[in-house]
Each structure stands twice: as structure tokens, then as C-alpha cells.
Ligand binder design. Structure first.
Ligand SMILES: Cc1cc2nc3c(=O)[nH]c(=O)nc-3n(C[C@H](O)[C@H](O)[C@H](O)COP(=O)(O)OP(=O)(O)OC[C@H]3O[C@@H](n4cnc5c(N)ncnc54)[C@H](O)[C@@H]3O)c2cc1C
Length: 522
């Protein structure tokens, strides 16, 4: 009798686990997905034939294994494995609502990253560079203050480094931190940087520092890190990335297709509602078919969970210590709303005359570091992939708002949310309300696991779940880690490796997002 793995969640982690199990073991994977689509946070939605990506997902990893894995599923356009050779030729092809089913559509594009910070109505390079333009934008006095405050922080760093504010100030100086980091970060987390642990910075900003940024800038002057691997480049600074022709969801749709082809099951609208813990193992998972309102108990030899840790523990039946329940219940998240705006054109509005002049933005995304607006980031989907946009004569934007489930923003009706987005894009002067053709509003709960709440006691949860030898926590919310797709996938691959070798090594799974391992230095 073959063994069964119940995989909770059909996001990048869950689908990677399913495909890897099929490829390297005889274990039968059943993926339970509570929504009606695959891809999780990396899904792609459509609006009137336009594709919308929640967040703008770069496909880039320092792990060769992940890079090759992606390219095996969706080859790079024009590469020997792909059906299309000329990007320009196939560009004419897509019609409204094309989902990329034809062979020449099942490809990834190689994209150049352009992103900037909007601050005080001006655009600054992201990452900030010490260019004449930056000096002009900031003014001489402020540039000097920035330099002095950086020097001061280098000589007298804050010790011990406890909060995120300490982390930023130590690496960038107080002035640069206040100008470019504070407001955006506080928008994302809904908390002052003084109330977030320094851990967050270590994970998000990795090893980035002024010294590394300057070294990178100098190196780029001499020679370009020309390939896609960009091994020598810190993740925040990478300049090229891969992107599925029709958005990130295309990768996960294609993975689902392969899983089913190899005999795996992906059950949409099936929610894991309880897990039975008995004798140190998870014996069964109860799944609710949401469409039919029917429960089904699935016996499990292995369980791989990418569902939020808070829910996982709350839904376990069996001997769960009270302290574990309390820490899990105290885990917090940040949530996310994207407003897709379809426009006839962009226009830069002159604040003095209120006149609008047509305008083009080269960016993939722009950080909005402006006071008085809620919008945190702006995506220009046309620049991610022209195939995301049904009519190339329109501009397809995503305005991103960070919020918490149940707060004022989250509770706004879609019309009110869209009206707010339109007011704010006018306020920052990038488009005019009269050019809006249509909009859509998408809510993404638990977009970011919080490094606050009961997070500091997360070790209590690990102490409980690690010894359960057929349970594997994988992915982003599944591990309560700020994992990107590649880390989520690597954790799934490690879990499958444990199943294949018959020995659970929890340490290896938890190590996937520790930078020293991740760099894979050869
Ligand atoms: C704004 C933003 C920008 C990002 N940009 C990038 C980027 O540029 N590059 C990159 O690589 N990554 C990026 N990421 C991260 C990326 O989205 C995640 O790493 C990835 O989606 C995590 O995959 P996952 O499978 O672990 O989790 P998820 O994507 O969260 O998938 C988990 C799945 O489990 C399902 N589920 C939950 N509970 C249950 C249950 N009880 N029963 C059944 N199903 C359940 C959910 O519906 C979901 O489909 C970004 C994220 C955000 C929020």
C-alpha cells in the first residue's frame, strides 16, 4: 500500500512539495487548498482580460536548484527549451483573457528591474545611490547631514541592537533612515519601528549595508553581473529577474497541471479544518469541501502544512500544551489590499496649475514615501510583462495598501477603497481621475507574518511541532517566516527529502532562510 501525504495549501510551498514527492518518492500527495485557485499569495487574478499580480513577484533565487526548477516548468522565452524564439513576434498574439495555455505562452521573460522611491514629489533611485541626481533632489545641506549621520552611526553604533529602528540607524544613519525607510516600513507593519524586533531587518534587508551598496555600485561601473544568477549581488540589489509571461500564477497553474498528470491530487475549495494528533503523530486531517459543505476525513502518513501556524495549532485535536496554544494564538500578521486601476494614460499633475501632462513611468514598482497618503507602493504591470495588459494602449497599475484584517481600510467597501486609491494617485500627481477606465479590489489576508505579537516565544511552538515526526511545517505562513517563493520551495524540498530518506531533520528545514546556507557559495 502506498503512503499518503496530506499537503495543506496549494501555494508555492505546497505545490513544490507535491511535485517533488511524485518525482522522488512513491508517496501519494493530496493537496488541500481552501480557495478556488492555486498559487497562494503568488496567484494571478484577472480583471477584464488584464492580469494582476499581488505584490509584483520577481522570480529570482540564489539557489541554483530553485532557478533550474522554475526554468524546467516554464523555460525562458527564446531558450532552447521554449517553443517561442522571438518575444516580439508572440507579443502580437495574446487576446483578451489569454491565460497562456499555448506552448509558446508557457515561458518566462527575462526582465530588468527598475524601481524608485517617490519622496517629496521627486524620484530617487532604489536602492538609493549617491548620484548627482540624488544630491540635487535632496539638496546640499541634507546630503551633508546624511553623510555626517552615517559616519556617526558607523563610529557609535547603537548597542545592543534591539529594535528595527536600531538596525536601520546602525546601517544607514539616522537621517537616511528617517528619509527613506521609516515611513514605508511603518506603513507596511502598522507599528513604529521602535516596536519591531531587529530580527525583521536581518531577514528582510539581509546583509545590505551602505558599504555593500557602494561596493556594488562601483563593481557595476567596471563590469555588469551579466547573467541571471547574480551570485555576487545582494538580493535587494539584483537587477534582472525572471517573470512568467502571464504573471506568477502561471508558474503555479503549470505546476498543478504536472502534479495531476503524475497522479497527485489538488483539491480546490477544500479546507483543512482539523488535524488529529495521537501518539506523537498526526493520524488524520479533516477537510471541508466548501462548495458542497461536506466533511471528509483523510488518513495521513505525512502532513506538510503551509497554512498559518496560528490556525494549524488552533485546529489540532489532541494533547496540545496550553502554552503552545497561547503562543500560537498570539501570532500576528499584516494584510494587504491591491487596487488594480486601468487607465487610458498616466499624467503628471502640476500641483500649482492642476494641469495634467501625459507621462510614462519606466518602473516595475515605486515605493511611495509621501506623507498624507495610505498607498505604500505602486506597481506598473505593463513593465512587468506586456502580456499582463489586454490593450497595450492602456496603463495597468496596482496600488498597494498595507492594513490589518478588520481595520478601517480592510473594512472599506470596494467602491470606497477604489475611490480612495483614485484620490491618492491624483494627490501624488501621477494620474488623473478622469483617465480611469475601470478598477478592481483584491484583499489578501495574512500577506506578512509579523515579527511581533508572541513571535519572541516562537521557540515554544517549535519545541512542540519539531518532535512530531510526520508533521512538516513549510512555506511562509506555514513557518511564520518572511519567506519568498524560493525559501518556501526550499523548505518544501527539504521536507520531501526527509520523507524520502525516512528521517525528519527539522533543523535543516528551519535553516532554509538563514542567509549563510541560502547563498550556496561554491
Ligand atoms: C507584497 C508581496 C510581494 C512579494 N514579492 C515576492 C517576490 O518578488 N518574489 C518572491 O519570490 N516572493 C515574493 N513574495 C512572497 C511570496 O508571495 C510567498 O513567498 C509565497 O507565496 C509563499 O508561498 P507559500 O506556499 O508558503 O504560502 P502561500 O502563498 O501563503 O500559500 C498558502 C496556501 O495555503 C492555503 N491555505 C491556508 N490555510 C489553509 C487551510 N486550512 N486549508 C487549505 N488551504 C489553506 C492558502 O489559501 C494559500 O493558497 C511576496 C509577497 C508579498 C505579500
Amino acid at each position: 500500500m502506498s503512503q499518503t501525504a496530506i499537503i495543506i495549501g496549494a501555494g508555492p510551498a505546497g505545490l513544490t512539495a507535491a511535485l517533488e514527492l511524485l518525482r522522488s518518492t512513491s508517496v501519494h500527495p493530496i493537496v488541500l487548498e481552501s480557495t478556488d485557485h492555486v498559487g497562494g499569495i503568488a496567484a494571478t487574478f484577472t480583471h477584464q482580460g488584464n492580469h494582476i499580480d499581488l505584490g509584483g513577484h520577481r522570480f529570482f533565487s540564489k539557489s541554483d536548484r530553485v532557478m533550474q526548477w522554475w526554468q524546467e516548468i516554464l523555460p525562458i522565452e527564446g531558450s532552447p527549451g521554449s517553443a517561442s524564439v522571438s518575444g516580439e513576434k508572440s507579443r502580437e498574439k495574446p487576446e483578451n483573457g489569454d491565460t497562456g495555455d499555448a506552448a509558446e505562452d508557457r515561458v518566462m521573460l527575462l526582465r530588468e528591474r527598475i524601481s524608485r522611491i517617490m519622496h517629496g514629489g521627486k524620484f530617487f533611485d532604489y536602492p538609493i545611490s549617491l548620484s548627482p541626481k540624488t544630491v540635487m533632489n535632496l539638496g546640499l545641506l541634507r546630503t551633508a547631514r546624511t553623510g555626517i549621520s552615517y559616519l556617526y552611526s558607523s563610529l557609535f553604533p547603537i548597542r545592543p541592537e534591539e529594535t528595527l529602528e536600531d538596525f536601520f540607524v546602525n546601517r544607514f544613519g539616522a537621517e537616511l533612515y528617517r528619509t527613506f525607510f521609516k515611513e514605508y516600513t511603518e506603513k507596511v507593519w502598522g507599528l513604529p519601528c521602535t516596536e519591531i524586533q531587529a530580527d525583521w531587518g536581518a531577514q528582510r534587508v539581509k546583509e545590505l549595508s551602505i558599504r555593500k551598496a557602494v561596493a556594488h555600485a562601483l563593481r557595476s561601473l567596471i563590469r555588469k553581473d551579466a547573467g541571471i544568477s547574480q551570485k555576487e549581488t545582494e538580493t535587494s540589489l539584483i537587477e534582472r529577474f525572471l517573470y512568467p509571461k502571464y504573471g506568477p500564477g502561471q508558474m503555479w497553474e503549470e505546476t498543478r497541471r504536472r502534479v495531476c498528470e503524475l497522479g497527485g491530487e489538488v483539491l480546490l475549495e477544500h479546507e483543512a479544518v482539523s488535524l488529529d494528533l495521537e501518539g506523537g503523530k498526526i493520524r488524520a486531517v479533516d477537510s471541508l469541501d466548501r462548495a458542497k459543505s461536506v466533511h471528509r476525513t483523510l488518513q495521513a502518513d505525512f502532513v506538510l502544512s503551509s497554512m498559518p501556524v496560528r490556525h494549524l495549532i488552533a485546529r489540532m485535536r489532541g494533547p496540545i500544551p496550553e502554552q503552545v496554544r497561547q503562543v500560537a494564538a498570539g501570532l500576528e500578521y499584516r494584510d494587504f489590499i491591491t487596487v488594480g486601476l486601468l487607465l487610458t494614460r498616466l499624467a503628471r499633475i502640476d500641483p500649482a496649475t492642476q494641469k495634467a501632462a501625459p507621462y510614462l513611468l519606466p518602473d516595475n514598482w515605486i515605493y511611495i514615501q509621501e506623507p498624507g497618503v495610505h498607498v505604500g507602493r505602486l506597481q506598473v504591470f505593463n513593465n512587468w510583462s506586456p502580456y499582463l495588459v489586454a490593450d497595450p494602449n492602456t496603463v495597468w497599475l496596482g496600488l498597494e495598501f498595507f492594513c490589518s484584517e478588520g481595520d478601517k481600510l480592510w473594512m472599506l467597501e470596494d467602491e470606497a477603497m477604489a475611490a480612495l486609491a483614485i484620490r491618492e494617485i491624483e494627490k501624488i500627481g501621477l494620474a488623473s481621475a478622469e483617465d480611469v477606465l475601470s478598477w478592481t479590489v483584491i484583499h489578501q489576508p495574512k500577506a506578512y507574518p509579523g515579527y511581533f505579537g508572541s513571535y519572541e516565544n516562537f521557540h515554544v511552538i517549535r519545541g512542540f511541532v519539531d518532535p512530531i515526526d510526520n508533521l512538516f511545517l513549510i512555506g511562509r505562513n506555514g513557518m511564520h517566516r518572511y519567506n519568498n517563493q524560493d525559501h518556501s520551495m526550499l523548505s518544501a524540498m527539504e521536507a520531501v527529502n526527509c520523507i524520502a530518506t525516512g528521517k525528519k531533520d527539522a533543523e535543516r528545514i528551519w535553516a532554509t532562510n538563514a542567509e549563510q546556507d541560502y547563498h550556496e557559495e561554491k
